[in-house]
Design a protein around this ligand. Structure first.
Ligand SMILES: [Zn+2]
Length: 232
């Protein structure tokens, strides 16, 4: 990946060492009004030029302010969402990503305090074009894990290093995380982020994503009440 040119507003850039050893920096922030309420959109970039964003609402820091009474200790309501162009922007029913993203944004707006980490790692880390290749294999009968493996990838290549970097930027130490994926909680704890609360975020299965959700429950340890375990 190529390095990108420095942005013009250098005075707003704060850089520090990242979880993966490279420089990670906050580049800029702006208002983001949405259907569910107003968020602040924060843009970040790592040393390799990879871009991520976070949406915040309310005060998310755990660091003490000038007044000790202002210090907030409750875990920050959060969702870590990995980019899914087909689900997030193209209304695909092959997965549950778009519906999960919308529900998370709605719940964050209603809570009035929280953060959405939006990580640019499409297709569980294999990229958009390879995800279409994987969908082609799934159209011929492979499941989502088998398809990635047919293409020479592990079932899940996602990294959560950027979450640790963004938490460090905001002074966040504890998350109340909306997720069905225990591996995500374990990965964060290895990066030093405490996750004392896990909140399920289940979307009702449809005819197009039922097998996909079943595979996530069977092969990726996702905790899904709405997907029945098959008899074994
Ligand atoms: Zn998706």
């Amino acid at each position: 990946m190529t390095k990108r040119a420095s942005p013009p507003d250098q005075e707003h850039v704060t850089a520090h060492g990242s979880a993966d050893g490279g420089a990670f920096r906050h580049v800029s922030s702006a208002r983001l009004p949405t259907a569910w309420g107003e968020f602040t959109l924060h843009a970040f970039e790592n040393a390799a030029g990879q871009e991520h964003v976070a949406l915040t609402v309310g005060n998310v820091t755990h660091e003490s302010g000038s007044n000790e009474q202002e210090k907030v200790t409750a875990p920050v309501l959060s969702r870590i969402h990995s980019e899914c162009l087909t689900g997030d922007a193209l209304f695909s029913l092959r997965c549950d990503c778009g519906a999960q993203l919308q529900r998370a944004m709605q719940q964050l707006a209603e809570a009035g305090r929280g953060i959405l980490f939006y990580l640019r790692q499409e297709g569980r880390g294999i990229g958009l074009v390879n995800k279409v290749r994987a969908y082609h294999l799934q159209d011929a009968g492979a499941d989502t894990v088998e398809a990635n493996q047919h293409l020479g990838f592990d079932a899940d290549l996602r990294s959560y290093d950027a979450v640790a970097d963004i938490c460090r930027h905001f002074g966040i130490t504890q998350l109340a995380l909306m997720t069905n994926n225990p591996a995500k909680v374990e990965a964060l704890q290895r990066l030093g982020i405490q996750v004392p609360v896990r909140l399920p975020i289940e979307i009702q299965a449809n005819t197009h994503n039922r097998n996909y959700l079943q595979t996530k429950a069977d092969k990726m340890r996702h905790l899904l009440q709405t997907v029945p375990k098959p008899p074994r």
